[in-house]
Design a protein around this ligand. Structure first.
Ligand SMILES: Cc1ncc(C[n+]2csc(CCOP(=O)(O)OP(=O)(O)O)c2C)c(N)n1
Length: 659
């Protein structure tokens, strides 16, 4: 790569000035790390990053993830030079309704490929993007999908274990088009990194099977050569460890960890600008020559995009499958019209089993589902799916089953990356109790409105012998508290298959599904599949008249509610199945009042989990659940011990109803 020493130096100085000016004007933000990363990010953006200057969403663009999300002013300065962000937005850094929030937000700012800020997760999302790139190239052709995924990480990112877990996956899968820049400036919030960490990242990444390149992160020639080397290596991801200096270029505070999170003083900023040959008194200053220099590659970029569009059109004209696939990706409509499985009423089946069967059936209908289990394949019942889909391996990217090993959090970040990339509907599986391990990434799924499907089996104390460590209590309540996440807990095979179909239809939200380990009967209810999609519906009624009592339940406790109602034959009892609170809450008031009439005040919720969150449905009734940990014993014994029997609950209903 031929560099242009003088204009490069000037452009880097301008980027650093924008970082200093933006954080100063906001009186908040993180200049130090952004300035130490500037040289590597600049060389990447100016000389390597393949983009469409006219369309930040171009499918075959190189992806860039700023895992060190606090360095957002660096990204905003680069996006400004790319033409995606007006200078006025840089002046409104961190202000209400600006396009330059404190940390980069995908979906808000053109050119931001991922929402970052929670350290480490950006690395995982980049791994997911690289997986999606490889898988999509296998389906659409390497002439259509052929891009790199770059990620910029700081010390904090690599101190967070999630990045290491995801990096282990990336090394195992040999993701050769993934390049990680490590801005090793040895400074973090509380001091120098040596206070807290002495990890040899070179050895760690070598151990993961990565190509390790160590350079002076301010030397443009070394940076460029390292990127060339990273690109030459086809079968291993690369980490470019750039030894850098905190607040590089600053007049007097270079190397000072305090610059991590405090804007530089006006005097320091002016002196720094003068030191680098810029006018000290001009803020947000970008001379025309810098734009021209930065954008000198745009002509080539546009030519490449035009050639790519022509190729896509040619392929689409020749092949309708290709044309449909391409359109589906652009429309984010990847799993339409999935047929549900047909389950026979009466048949007893764990919902994890109906989940597994449905997933495999869906995988026969579409090649857009991509995911797998965190080493619980036999328990999560994803084996049938894997058999249909084939394994995604370092040598075969056409398979669609991903084996994540025991890495729930990395798995979830990778799923986010797959969804961000486009082309696939990702899913991941583990036990419900371990959803906690994936939770921070689920939060980023919700924040980014990503259609990721989280599937959690072993959803209650009915797990039995594995004991309290494996018996979820508070997990459903915690997931329901996450804004923008839908939580489905189907009662039987028919609700399972219908709600899975719905989960794949929804393309702007993550969904978490909870499935039983134990068998439950398949119910014989008219039009159950459609009713379940309203979130809650009337399952049974003692008679046509208005009920005295409503039992509301989810999942396996729907059957317990039905059995309880049978013991309350002297009362008018309605049983409501509520597989999803959030969907029910969205229904028109009229529908909600039909299911839970406002004047029926005695309502009882039944769920084998924390009662937290059920209060809003039970009016003057109460909630039956598990507000304590379980125990290690056969499920049948636990059921009695914890009172999950029709006899116990009907007794309580009667006792309390008469009070
Ligand atoms: C998961 C997570 N924990 C804590 C933080 C708060 N935080 C933001 S930056 C930072 C220090 C990061 O240090 P480093 O990566 O070296 O960044 P630099 O100082 O080079 O900018 C911390 C602890 C965070 N953003 N995410």
């Amino acid at each position: 790569m031929k560099l242009n020493t003088q204009p490069d130096k000037k452009t880097v100085a301008i980027i650093r000035s924008l970082i200093m000016d933006g954080t100063r004007k906001a009186n908040s933000g993180h200049p130090g790390g952004a300035m130490s990363s500037t040289d590597m990010a600049y060389i990447l953006f100016k000389y390597y990053l393949k983009i469409d200057p006219d369309n930040s969403q171009w499918l075959n663009r190189d992806r860039f993830v700023l895992s060190a999300g606090h360095e957002s002013m660096l990204l905003y300065a680069l996006l400004h030079l790319q033409g995606y962000l007006p200078i006025d937005e840089l002046k409104r850094f961190r202000q209400m309704n600006s396009l330059t929030p404190g940390h980069p937000e995908h979906g808000l700012t053109s050119g931001v490929d991922a929402t970052t800020g929670p350290l480490g997760q950006g690395v995982g999302m980049a791994v997911g993007m690289a997986v999606a790139e490889a898988a999509l190239a296998a389906q659409m052709g390497e002439d259509i999908i052929d891009h790199y995924t770059y990620v910029l990480a700081g010390d904090g990112d690599l101190q967070e274990p999630v990045s290491l877990g995801a990096a282990a996956n990336a090394g195992h899968l040999g993701l050769g088009k993934l390049v990680l820049f490590y801005d090793k400036n040895n400074a973090q919030i509380s001091g120098n990194t040596s206070r807290a960490d002495s990890t040899n990242i070179n050895k760690v990444f070598e151990g993961f099977g990565w190509q390790v390149l160590e350079i002076d992160g301010h030397d443009h020639v070394q940076i460029s050569l390292a990127i060339d080397k990273a690109q030459e290596e086809k079968n291993r991801p690369a980490i470019i460890i750039g030894q850098t200096v905190m607040a590089k270029g600053a007049a007097t505070v270079e190397g000072d960890f305090h610059t991590h999170g405090s804007p530089l003083s006006p005097e320091e900023i002016a002196a720094t600008k003068v030191k680098s040959g810029l006018p000290g008194d001009k803020d947000f200053y970008v001379p025309e020559e810098v734009y021209n220099h930065f954008r000198s590659c745009f002509k080539e970029n546009r030519k490449a995009v035009t050639a790519w569009n022509t190729l896509v059109k040619k392929k689409a004209d020749a092949n309708t499958d290709f044309a449909q696939k391409y359109q589906a990706i652009l429309d984010n409509n990847l799993t339409p019209d999935l047929k549900v499985s047909n389950f026979k009423p009466g048949e007893k089946m764990a919902t994890r089993a109906s989940f597994g069967k449905t997933l495999a059936f869906f995988a026969q209908q579409t090649d857009t589902i991509l995911g797998g289990s965190a080493d619980l394949e036999p328990s999560n019942n994803t084996k049938a799916y894997a058999d249909v889909s084939g394994e995604f391996t370092r040598n075969d990217h056409s398979g669609r089953n991903l084996s994540f090993a025991v890495r729930e959090f990395p798995m979830a970040t990778i799923l986010n990356g797959i969804a961000l990339h486009g082309g696939f509907r990702p899913f991941g599986a583990t036990f419900l109790v371990f959803s906690d391990y994936a939770k921070p990434a689920m939060r980023l799924s919700a924040l980014q409105k990503l259609p990721v499907l989280y599937t959690f089996t072993h959803d209650s104390f009915y797990v039995g012998e594995d004991g309290p460590t494996h018996q979820p209590i508070e997990q459903l309540a915690g997931l329901r508290a996450l804004p923008g996440l839908l939580v489905f807990r189907p009662a039987d095979a028919r609700e399972t298959t219908a709600l899975m179909q719905l989960a794949f239809e929804i393309n702007d939200k993550p969904v978490a599904m909870a499935f039983t380990r134990q068998g439950v009967p398949t119910l014989d209810v008219y039009n159950m599949e459609e009713k379940a999609k309203k979130g809650a519906y009337i399952l049974s009624e003692s008679e046509e008249e208005k009920p005295d009592i409503i039992l509301i339940a989810s999942g396996s406790e729907v059957h317990l509610a039905l059995a309880t109602a049978a013991l309350l034959s002297d009362k008018k009892v309605r049983v409501v199945s509520m597989p999803c609170m959030e969907l029910f809450d969205e229904q028109p008031q009229e529908y909600k009042d039909t299911v839970l009439p406002p004047d029926v005040r005695y309502r009882v919720s039944i769920e084998a989990g924390s009662t937290f969150g059920w209060g809003k449905y039970v009016a003057e009734g109460w909630s039956f659940g598990m507000d304590h940990f379980g125990a290690s014993a056969p499920a049948g014994e636990l059921e009695k011990e914890f009172g999950f029997t029709p006899e116990n609950i009907s007794r309580l209903v009667k006792e309390r109803f008469h009070q």
